[in-house]
Design a binder for this molecule. Structure first.
Ligand code: ARG
Length: 458
């Protein structure tokens, strides 16, 4: 059965059917396709194409199909071009000739837009739920070590000391923006396209707002040609998903480094690491490496659809059938990576003495000292030079900040009066950064409380 056989005298080539068929992937849309058709049956009744009894019969038959579509038998031996064709064939098997009315004035171009929107709306909600779960897991991890001091890095060189929760909250902010982006994408997905026809608008006077209400959409699309041509809503999701994967990839990279022997700060749980088939001692961060690896794949999904749409003449072109596989893949990989990251976070054990010692051994307090001198009246550039010289001398002598006594400091330069000696401990120097958004302990505690309140509102 084809939805378009009449005009053709000869059969389709078997190769063309195999090449162009999409059922093997678009069957994912079967449930939303049927729900869309149930709403469309109600719309057809409103414009007098179906009687109430016919609509009832179709809706009931569709309901049975929804249940059957969850079993493999529904697809057995199916050679239909796509999921829309399959559903109508199955409907015909149930209700006979009445099924011929369901596609009145409807195009698969609008149907595919409807189905993907319905499916993606649910996928966005799943993505947001996993994001919120990861954010909760990160806050738990932040609160496990509220006072731990770690070196913050620039250029992967120890730069300034920060509190562990401050570091974790940096990722919380990234995922909070990702959540926002997903919500914004959802608003653009949540618009109802039916009534657009193939490209010119339906020839039947549908109450499009009523269809939107029946399917829980917030609005209706405004231009029928746009509907047939547009995949922006899928690209919006892919963009937001790309940023999630980007952030996950950076988090993974951090933790792969921090849990390595070279850093030695943290331990990942046995449950999320693997061994080597040859080297008995190995404990590898495969979960994080796979998240990092899958980010490349999801970026590819975005590029793939982006480039497919570029240059297509308005309106629908069959190229657009290539939208689904990258979109489905991106949803699956993004949701899976978020879930994995949350589990990894719940297994992280920090060894706080090690990063604190790393901070103490290096000159992460140099900026604290230079700024304190500037607050005491020495112009900042001169403070910078003075502390730079102190670091240079210390590096030559292998002296750590804490090795300097107040007397030695004063002997080095009389402007380094005894009160500056306290700042040589990262934990003390950090206290000068009590500013909103900074790593001062009170600021971080407030930010943590605020993050918890924000998460509760998601
Ligand atoms: N399987 C097609 C797709 O996903 C459905 C739309 C077909 N429309 C058409 N004009 N051939 O794009």
């Amino acid at each position: 059965m084809k939805l378009w056989g009449g005009r053709f005298a000869a059969e389709s080539s078997e190769v063309f059917e195999r090449f162009s068929g999409s059922l093997h992937f678009d069957k994912k849309l079967v449930d939303v396709d049927i729900r869309g058709s149930q709403a469309f049956a109600a719309a057809l009744e409103r414009v007098g194409i179906l009687t109430a009894a016919e609509r009832e019969k179709l809706v009931a038959a569709f309901e049975e199909l929804r249940a059957e579509a969850t079993t493999p038998a529904f697809y057995e031996g199916a050679t239909d071009e796509d999921v829309h064709t399959l559903v109508i064939r199955q409907l015909k098997a149930k209700v006979g000739g009445l099924a011929d009315k369901i596609h009145t004035g409807r195009s698969r171009n609008e149907q595919v837009s409807l189905d993907v929107r319905l499916w993606l709306r649910e996928a966005i909600d799943e993505t947001r739920a996993q994001l919120a779960a990861l954010m909760a897991s990160l806050l738990e991890l932040a609160k496990k070590y509220p006072d731990a001091v770690i070196p913050g890095y620039t250029h992967l060189r120890r730069a300034q000391a920060v509190l562990w929760p401050h570091y974790i909250l940096a990722y919380f902010e990234m995922f909070a923006r990702d959540y926002e982006r997903m919500t914004e994408a959802r608003a653009r997905v949540n618009v109802m396209p039916l009534g657009s026809g193939a490209l010119a608008g339906s020839g039947f006077p549908h109450d499009r707002e009523a269809i939107a209400r029946d399917l829980g959409f917030a609005a209706i699309t405004r231009n029928s040609m746009d509907v047939s041509a547009d995949r922006d809503f899928a690209l919006d999701y892919l963009h937001a998903a790309n940023l999630i994967m980007l952030h996950l990839s950076r988090l993974s990279e951090d933790w792969i480094l921090y849990s390595s022997e070279e850093f030695g700060w943290m331990e990942l749980g046995d449950g999320v690491t693997s061994g080597s088939s040859l080297m008995p001692q190995k404990k590898n961060p495969d979960s994080l490496e796979l998240i990092r690896g899958k980010s490349g794949r999801v970026f590819g999904d975005y590029s793939s659809l982006f480039v497919t749409v570029k240059g297509l003449p308005l309106t629908y072109n069959r190229d657009l059938q290539e939208d689904k596989e990258p979109l489905f893949d991106a949803v699956y990989q993004t949701v899976g990576s978020l879930e994995m990251a949350a589990v990894v976070a719940s297994t992280v054990v920090l060894k706080p003495a090690i990063p604190e010692q790393a901070a103490e051994e290096s000159w992460v307090v140099a900026t604290d000292l230079a700024e304190a001198l500037a607050r005491a009246g020495l112009p900042f550039h001169q403070s910078h030079v003075l502390v730079g010289k102190l670091v240079l001398e210390s590096t030559r002598d292998g002296k750590r900040p804490a090795d300097w006594t107040a007397e030695e400091l004063a002997a080095f330069d009389p402007r380094l009066t005894p009160e500056f000696a306290a700042l040589l401990k990262p934990r003390e120097g950090m206290k000068t950064r009590e500013i909103r958004g900074g790593t001062g302990p009170a600021s971080v505690a407030a930010a943590l409380a605020e993050a918890e309140a924000r998460l509760r509102l998601l």
